[in-house]
Write a protein that binds this ligand. Structure first.
Ligand SMILES: *[C@@H]1O[C@H](CO)[C@@H](O)[C@H](O)[C@H]1NC(C)=O
Ligand SMILES: *[C@@H]1O[C@H](CO)[C@@H](O)[C@H](O)[C@H]1NC(C)=O
Ligand SMILES: *[C@@H]1O[C@H](CO)[C@@H](O)[C@H](O)[C@H]1NC(C)=O
Ligand SMILES: *[C@@H]1O[C@H](CO)[C@@H](O)[C@H](O)[C@H]1NC(C)=O
Ligand SMILES: *[C@@H]1O[C@H](CO)[C@@H](O)[C@H](O)[C@H]1NC(C)=O
Ligand SMILES: *[C@@H]1O[C@H](CO)[C@@H](O)[C@H](O)[C@H]1NC(C)=O
Ligand SMILES: *[C@@H]1O[C@H](CO)[C@@H](O)[C@H](O)[C@H]1NC(C)=O
Ligand SMILES: *[C@@H]1O[C@H](CO)[C@@H](O)[C@H](O)[C@H]1NC(C)=O
Ligand SMILES: *[C@@H]1O[C@H](CO)[C@@H](O)[C@H](O)[C@H]1NC(C)=O
Ligand SMILES: *[C@@H]1O[C@H](CO)[C@@H](O)[C@H](O)[C@H]1NC(C)=O
Ligand SMILES: *[C@@H]1O[C@H](CO)[C@@H](O)[C@H](O)[C@H]1NC(C)=O
Ligand SMILES: *[C@@H]1O[C@H](CO)[C@@H](O)[C@H](O)[C@H]1NC(C)=O
Length: 534
């Protein structure tokens, strides 16, 4: 170093000490290049030179430009270059020892010398950004984990990411600790939601940034409360249904689900409890309690469903109402109707011809409603009996048509009492009877040959006047009922207009009607026909 420069350096050192202004800083990567510029344009000069100080050793000269010719110091040979017009210094490649203060001194052709100072920081490049965890598997709520993001490089700053978003610290449970080359994230009582997306960490300085690989943390959790499908169950389940009860829960790893019957495991039941499983285990007959238990081997936790109570019941099958096949006689026979079905029957309801059955002195219903005794049967018992059986899961019904033979009851003949010659006349006879009665007609005691319930005389003659007797006969009861009717056949033209009877009816009114009714009652007798007084 020549004497001139040495003097200058001394001078500048004094100036620098007295100045105390903030010095601009330039960062550059180790192994890379940097160009240090003068803060102000360099005026025409006679001498320009750069010196370096690492703050420990004496400042050293890097390059000196005199007469437009740069001269690089041997220790910087091939690493330093100066732009003679701008005065900027380029160092390439940078070594770790290049960090320090660089001073540019210019002796202008006119005026005083000037100095310009720049601080250079040579940064180690960022590499090896990795996240490590002190635990590989975490248990929700229990685990406290420390994630350490470390990196190589200078002047590092660390940022954590949750997926692509910056990680938001839950202040209560999460804490960051920063070191020179790492950032540690500790999470107390880790939650499944904390790290659902992969975590990453970015190390950066003023020149570079580098992201770690995505780090997946496995947080085991659950089982959560156990849900049932269907959520509610009727107390009785039909054994013929496709009923099943399944349970599920949220859990990682998936929970093991099993069914319990009164606190004992139900063999063969996974998450779905089927009727077949119940049958296989001999269960279902009683109203018992069932629960589903979920357990997670990793978290060593378990959850129990709500208690479900039910019994399996066979539906009512083959419902039938059985009554007597034999002929039933009103007032004499007894009928026992029996209402039967397979399966457990809870209720039986009886009805006749669609109306609820009323018990009475003749009708005895057994306590469980399984049979009905009618003693004796009467004609009103004719009709359809129905018995409805039901239990909690189904219903059925049986029918029986009861036929009670009776009658014939008092026969009645209807028809005119007077008729004109050659005017057709029809008499009809009726009598309530089961089975239907057969009829025979007599005229003044002699058979007429008609066996229908009506007797028609197409051309009545005067001789056809007299007493007509209708006889009704029931072949099952063997009973007969008879009724007589007096018919007068009159000469043609004598009954023109209103008949005598009708006139009498109009004149005497209701008295005659009553009289006629009384007359019929007198003339009609059961079984034995009365001799006509005419
Ligand atoms: C030197 O600096 C001047 C002015 O800044 C510029 O125009 C020129 O290109 C530079 N020369 C070299 C060799 O970099
Ligand atoms: C992991 O780090 C956390 C936080 O420093 C600590 O509480 C926990 O005990 C560590 N676990 C293990 C297995 O080292
Ligand atoms: C993080 O890792 C770095 C590099 O392995 C280590 O120097 C540092 O001590 C670790 N920090 C913690 C908190 O474990
Ligand atoms: C990460 O992102 C998920 C989804 O957005 C969020 O639920 C979770 O709370 C976040 N975790 C942290 C630590 O920010
Ligand atoms: C981490 O998880 C994400 C999303 O689940 C997945 O895409 C990625 O492959 C996982 N990375 C590793 C290293 O397991
Ligand atoms: C459970 O019941 C549902 C509806 O009755 C049916 O669709 C399903 O097949 C049943 N599952 C099993 C396993 O029996
Ligand atoms: C079923 O559970 C109920 C309460 O949920 C309890 O009162 C009852 O005794 C249990 N029945 C059986 C058979 O365990
Ligand atoms: C979680 O913590 C609870 C209470 O602190 C403890 O009883 C349980 O054993 C822990 N579970 C695991 C899997 O370590
Ligand atoms: C009624 O008759 C049927 C067949 O006609 C028979 O199966 C049934 O046993 C009989 N009932 C009685 C009570 O005799
Ligand atoms: C009524 O029943 C009795 C026996 O129960 C029988 O002796 C009698 O002949 C029956 N009467 C008639 C009219 O069928
Ligand atoms: C009616 O019939 C049922 C079934 O056959 C029988 O159990 C019951 O004892 C009978 N009742 C009477 C009064 O005979
Ligand atoms: C029996 O069931 C039928 C059809 O289910 C119904 O119409 C009838 O009213 C029921 N009778 C009684 C007595 O419950």
């Amino acid at each position: 170093m020549d004497l001139f420069v040495s003097k200058l350096l001394l001078l500048l050192a004094l100036i620098g000490c007295s100045a105390g202004q903030t010095i601009p800083t330039v960062d550059a990567v180790l192994g890379g290049s940097v160009t240090l510029n003068s803060a102000a344009p360099v005026p025409p000069y006679t001498v320009l030179f750069w010196t370096f100080s690492d703050g420990v050793n004496k400042p050293v000269n890097i390059v000196t430009v005199t007469g437009g010719t740069p001269k690089v110091h041997t220790s910087y040979a091939a690493r330093a270059a100066v732009n003679v017009s701008s005065g900027s210094l380029t160092l390439n490649p940078l070594s770790s020892g290049d960090s320090g203060d660089y001073t540019l001194t210019v002796l202008p052709t006119v005026g005083d010398s000037t100095t310009d100072e720049v601080k250079l920081r040579v940064l180690v490049p960022i590499s090896d950004v990795v996240i490590t965890s002190n635990l590989s598997e975490l248990i929700e709520y229990n685990s406290t984990v420390a994630l350490n993001c470390s990196a190589k490089g200078s002047l590092l700053r660390f940022d954590w990411f949750n997926g692509s978003d910056p990680l938001v610290l839950d202040a209560g449970r999460m804490a960051l600790t920063k070191g020179r080359a790492f950032s540690a994230l500790s999470i107390t009582g880790v939650l499944r939601t904390d790290l659902t997306r992969s975590v990453s960490c970015e190390a950066s300085n003023s020149l570079q940034r580098m992201r770690s690989g995505a780090f997946n943390l496995t947080v085991f959790y659950g089982p959560d409360p156990v849900a049932l499908s269907p959520p509610t169950v009727a107390p009785f389940i039909s054994s013929s249904s496709s009923f099943n009860l399944s349970c599920w829960t949220t859990s990682s790893p998936p929970a093991t689900l099993s069914w319990f019957h009164n606190q004992l495991p139900v063999a063969g039941a996974g998450s779905v409890l089927t009727l077949q499983t119940l049958r296989d285990n001999g269960l279902g007959a009683a109203l018992d309690n069932y629960t589903c238990v979920a357990s997670n081997a990793k978290t060593q936790r378990s959850a129990v469903s709500t208690v479900v109570s039910f019994a399996v019941m066979d539906p009512v099958a083959g419902a039938r109402l059985i009554g007597p096949n034999a002929t039933l006689l009103a007032g004499n026979s007894t009928a026992n109707l029996s209402c039967q079905a397979l399966g457990r029957v809870a209720t039986r309801e009886w009805s006749k011809d669609g109306k609820a059955l009323l018990a009475g002195p003749r009708l005895t219903l057994s306590g469980d409603g399984s049979w009905l005794l009618i003693s004796p049967v009467q004609k009103d018992d004719n009709g359809e009996f129905q018995c409805n059986l039901s239990n909690a899961v189904s219903s059925g019904s049986g029918r029986y048509r009861m036929v009670v033979s009776f009658g014939p009851e008092q026969a009645k003949v209807s028809g005119p009492s007077k008729v004109e010659e050659n005017h057709a006349v029809t008499l009809s006879c009726s009598s309530a009877s089961v089975p239907a009665a057969s009829f025979t007609w007599k005229h003044n005691g002699s058979a007429t040959g008609s066996s229908s319930d009506t007797l028609t005389i197409p051309t009545p003659q005067l001789k056809d006047s007299g007493t007509y007797t209708c006889e009704a006969f029931n072949p099952v009861t063997g009973s007969t009922s008879a009724c007589t009717h007096v018919l007068q056949v009159k000469a043609q033209g004598t009954l023109d207009g209103l008949s005598d009877g009708a006139i009498a009816g109009i004149v005497v009114g209701i008295l005659v009607a009553i009289g006629a009714a009384v007359a019929v009652t007198i003339y009609c007798r059961q079984k034995i026909p009365v001799e006509s007084p005419y």
